[in-house]
Design a protein. Structure first.
Length: 171
C-alpha cells in the first residue's frame, strides 16, 4: 500500500510539474500573441501612412504630367511657328535674289540684305531644331511621368491589399 501511495504521490507531483509547465507555456504564448498584435497594429498604421504618401505622390505626378503635356503642346506650336518663319524667310531670299539680278546698283545692297536674311534663316532653322529637340524631350518626360504615375498607382493598390490582409489578420 505504501508503494501505491508513493507512486500516487510521485505521479501527482509529475502531473503538477506538467501543469505548471503548461501554464508557463500558455502565459508565454499569451505575451507573444499580445506583442504580435501590437506589431501588427503598428505595421497597419505605417501601411496607412505609406498609402497616404503614395496618394500624394500620385497627385503630384499627375499634376506634373498635365503640365508637361501643356508644355509639349506649347513647344509644338512654337515649332510650327518657327517652320512658318523659315518658309517665309526662304521666300524672301528668293525675292531678294530676283531683285539683285534685275537691278545693277541695287545688287550690292540686295546682297547685304540677302546675307542678313540667310543669317536670320539659319538662326530660325537652328531655333526650329532646338524647339523640336525640346518638344521631343518634353514628350519623353511626359511618357516617363505617365510610367511613374502607373507605378505609383500599382504601389497604392499594393498598400491597399496589404491593409486588407492586415485587417483579416487582426484579432
Amino acid at each position: 500500500m505504501r508503494t501505491l501511495a508513493e507512486r500516487s504521490s510521485d505521479a501527482t507531483k509529475e502531473i503538477a510539474d506538467l501543469v505548471a509547465k503548461v501554464q508557463t507555456g500558455t502565459q508565454e504564448a499569451v505575451v507573444a500573441m499580445e506583442a504580435g498584435v501590437k506589431d501588427v497594429e503598428a505595421d497597419r498604421e505605417i501601411t496607412g501612412q505609406a498609402g497616404e504618401a503614395l496618394g500624394s505622390i500620385i497627385g503630384s505626378v499627375e499634376s506634373s504630367a498635365e503640365q508637361m503635356q501643356k508644355i509639349a503642346t506649347d513647344v509644338q506650336n512654337l515649332a510650327e511657328g518657327a517652320e512658318r518663319i523659315v518658309s517665309s524667310s526662304t521666300a524672301m531670299v528668293d525675292v531678294a535674289q530676283q531683285s539683285a539680278d534685275g537691278a545693277g546698283k541695287m545688287a550690292e545692297g540686295v546682297g547685304r540684305v540677302n546675307s542678313a536674311i540667310e543669317e536670320v534663316s539659319l538662326t530660325t532653322e537652328k531655333t526650329s531644331s532646338t524647339v523640336e529637340e525640346a518638344s521631343s524631350t518634353t514628350e519623353e518626360l511626359s511618357a516617363q511621368a505617365e510610367e511613374l504615375a502607373a507605378t505609383a498607382s500599382e504601389m497604392r493598390d499594393l498598400a491597399n491589399s496589404m491593409n486588407e490582409a492586415i485587417d483579416r489578420f487582426t484579432v
